[in-house]
Design a protein around this ligand. Sequence first.
Ligand code: T5A
Length: 209
Amino acid sequence: MNNTKAKFIVIEGLEGAGKSSAVALVNAYITRLTGESPVCTREPGGTPLAEKMRDLVKQAHPDDPLCDTAECLLLYAARAQLIANVIQPALSQGKWVLGDRHNLSSLAYQGGGRGLMPLVNAISEVTLGDFRPDLTLYLDIDPELGLARAAKRGELDRIEQQALAFFQRARQTYLSLAHADPSIIVIDASQDLAAVHRDITSALEQHLC
Ligand code: T5A
């Protein structure tokens, strides 16, 4: 068992960036490193209540469209539940946590995509204070390629149906926040899977060992 302090590692990226296989790879890496599987989370979601909020965010509501402010508040309500009931307890018990998305998604999608950065920063401050991941791997992909990959899986949800410009703004926000924060590592997710996984492994070796 590795004696380093338990860490919170997050995988981020637009739809179709390849987060699912990255999570599996990082899960195996952490398990080898620490001798124990990390606690895995997804956002929005990850607790019974937060999963209900996930459904509200992802489903279309034709008779009562979800306004941007309500979307933002639901995402942070779900995150608050997850941090209080899963992430913080796990870290306090010395367990590593591996997140499929976290706060950077809100900064990118709601802050950049929806143009609500002042609101997102304010809610983020109130909800999270200075709580943040130890390391984030941002899988960077052109939204046209990512959405084409996601579309192959079947019907697109409410957010996936947004205009391309929404995802382009989200991507620019991801990139500019990553540029300013050394704990966010950019991985070129347009490469073939083997190359993406090689770059992820090398980032983990550099930042976790
Ligand atoms: N959201 C979320 C917000 O707006 N604000 C927030 O604060 C939060 C937390 C969540 C939605 O909510 C939004 C963002 C999302 O719209 P989700 O299902 O959790 O939804 O997230 P998605 O991004 O929609 O999940 P995806 O499954 O689309 O993305 P992944 O996991 O990155 O994609 P993945 O791994 O399933 O890959 C998609 C396909 O591409 C292939 C895979 O095999 C798969 O078929 N693929 C590759 N093909 C070729 N080369 C590669 N390198 C490949 N990598 C993957």
